[in-house]
Design a protein around this ligand. Structure first.
Ligand code: SF4
Length: 116
């Protein structure tokens, strides 16, 4: 028997108005089981099919855990710093007055917007 096992009460993090209560069993820093929280006043132990299978995705070896950047027609892993810098740079370009004008005119808009 694992003596480091503990149960943790939490809430489903999906963008769903139900916000179902979850009881997670954590063992050695890893969630080993999730189930609906029977003491939740609204959802009373319910978890939908999608969330009840959450751990299969969470610990899937093919799960994407780092940002991917398109480069030369393929995706390559990137750091969060690089990714956030790229996003900030693009947002600043979009925000610039030149870009805004480009995107509000016909042919120029098609050229400018397709070059993003
Ligand atoms: S468990 Fe399912 S129904 Fe409940 S909040 Fe999460 S996604 Fe919504």
């Amino acid at each position: 028997m694992d003596t480091t096992s503990a149960t943790v009460r939490t809430t489903c993090n999906r963008d769903c108005p139900d916000a179902c209560g979850i009881v997670a069993t954590v063992s050695s820093g890893r969630i080993t089981k999730i189930q609906g929280d029977p003491d939740h006043p609204v959802t009373r132990g319910f978890l939908c099919y999608r969330t009840s299978r959450f751990l299969e995705r969470q610990y899937d070896p093919d799960r994407i855990t780092t940002p991917l950047v398109r480069s030369g027609g393929t995706l390559r892993p990137a750091t969060w710093d690089e990714t956030l810098d790229r996003i900030a740079e693009r947002m600043l370009r979009i925000k610039s007055p030149v870009r805004r004008r480009s995107c509000t005119t016909g042919a120029a808009a098609r050229w400018a917007c397709s070059s993003w």
